[in-house]
Design a protein around this ligand. Structure first.
Ligand code: PGA
Ligand code: ZN
Length: 432
């Protein structure tokens, strides 16, 4: 059924090469392009880059591409596995071909591209949309639930050149009545935010970061949140839009302390306790509903302590790397109550689904995520609907690779019409 598997280097949104896979079956050609992170977790599956003095400053992906062409492709064709009913077997074949714990041999970028393309082919061969194929694979319930989009409208950390240590400040239109209305609300707030930034900092301050959010000259989380309060109020959505923060704190964790002045050239060290105090005050003063990676991936004890008192969704990204082993560990340690789902952190669609189902079994939430280095591939839009995760983040409502996902979700909502619900304020428990 699978006739051939080809791969080629194509650019991601940061201008670096990534892996594009074209999988040919008797029904056509099915394409997938793999994303790439910047604030990556230490335990993520390995993204294979050529390194050394190769092209693209060492970031070329020729090795990963020949692994698709010469190793994975022939093995898949020989296996005779069926794309419509045997995704799990395909993914275990990919995993076993690699044979390492973290896909270091063939590269998670090579493997994931093939896994995604197989799922697309599987949906087409089954005569159903991709979200329905993923729903079938995961065993998620019906009806389909449209996720709340968490728009990252202010970019900091390693995603922008301003002095803000915190990586992401997001708006979540939980009070919308549909996904499409949520996009409209997000876009209107984004445009208000732009006006405010011009007024406060001048027109040169409206440059955007890797995920499409603005990166004005601010450095403190409360400055970011104050801007959002103002923008939401100008757009007349106060009360209907909530906030979320992903400090991506592993990036500014140094020798047991958090340096939130890292990008400001003057150290501003916070102990875990002081950082916790900062989060407490932010949670008290702003309508925040979700906090991701508030502590570093190595700082497990702080997670556990904070989880006891945290009144909002506490999401593990670098901490869990979409890997069952760390999801299990975090549940044993009671370290968080939600898993970020990034397919390239683990490298196959079946393993990503297994990790999500494990998280659900602990009564956690699952939050689907893009990477900061993206492409116009919109796979994760279908994934969020198929797994009924209730929320997803794909950056600002701006930049082609970010809006590709939001636009696909509006297509899905149009397609499903009455047959879907919008998660709204129930985004944490939509899967139930
Ligand atoms: P990344 O950032 O894609 O650069 O890792 C996203 C995140 O931290 O959530
Ligand atoms: Zn994160």
């Amino acid at each position: 059924m699978i006739r051939s598997v080809q791969a080629a280097p194509r650019l991601d949104s940061r201008g670096y090469p990534t892996v594009q896979v074209d999988l040919t079956t008797d029904r056509g050609v099915f394409r997938a392009i793999v994303p790439s992170g910047a604030s990556t977790g230490a335990n993520e599956a390995i993204e294979l880059r050529d390194g050394g003095v190769s092209a693209y400053g060492g970031k070329d992906v020729q090795k990963a591409i020949s692994n698709v062409r010469l190793v994975i492709g022939p093995a898949l064709v020989d296996s005779g596995l069926k794309v419509d009913t045997e995704q799990k077997m395909i993914d275990s074949l990919l995993k076993n071909l690699d044979g390492t714990k973290n896909k270091a041999k063939l590269g998670a970028n090579a493997i994931l591209g093939v896994s995604m393309a197989c799922a697309r082919a599987g949906a087409a061969h089954s005569g159903i949309p991709l979200y329905e194929f993923l729903q079938r694979e995961s065993g998620a319930k019906r009806p389909f639930v449209m996720p709340v989009p968490f728009f990252n409208v202010l970019n900091g950390g390693v995603h922008s050149g301003n002095k803000m240590a915190f990586q992401e400040t997001m708006i979540a239109p939980v009070g919308a009545s549909s996904f499409t209305e949520a996009v409209k609300m997000g876009s209107e707030v984004y445009q208000q935010l732009k006006k405010i930034i011009i007024e406060k900092f001048g027109p040169s301050a409206i440059g955007i970061g890797d995920e499409g959010g603005f990166a004005p000259p601010i450095s403190q989380p409360h400055e970011a949140l104050d801007l959002l309060v103002e923008a939401v109020s100008l757009a007349r959505y106060s009360g209907r839009i909530k906030f979320a923060i992903d400090p991506a704190s592993s990036e500014f964790f140094r020798d047991g302390n958090y340096d939130i002045g890292l990008k400001d050239d003057k150290p501003n060290l916070h102990s875990s306790e002081q950082l916790t105090e900062l989060y407490r005050s932010l949670l008290q003063n702003y309508p925040i509903v979700l906090l991701e990676d508030p502590f570093a991936e190595a700082d497990w004890d702080s997670w556990t302590k904070f989880n006891k008192e945290c009144p909002v969704e506490l999401v593990g990204d670098d901490l869990l790397v979409t890997n069952m082993k760390y999801v299990q560990k975090a549940n044993d340690k009671k370290a968080c109550n939600s898993m970020l789902l990034k397919i390239n952190q683990i490298g196959t669609i079946s393993e990503a689904i297994e990790a999500a189902n494990l998280a659900y079994s602990f009564d956690w939430s699952v939050f689907v995520s893009h990477r900061s280095g993206e492409t116009t591939d919109d796979f994760i839009a279908d994934l969020a609907v198929g797994l009924r995760t209730g929320h997803l983040k794909s950056g600002a409502p701006c930049r082609g690779e970010r809006v590709a996902k939001y636009n696909r979700l509006m297509d899905i909502e149009d397609l499903l019409g009455e047959k879907c619900l919008y998660a709204g304020s129930q985004f944490r428990v939509a899967y139930k």
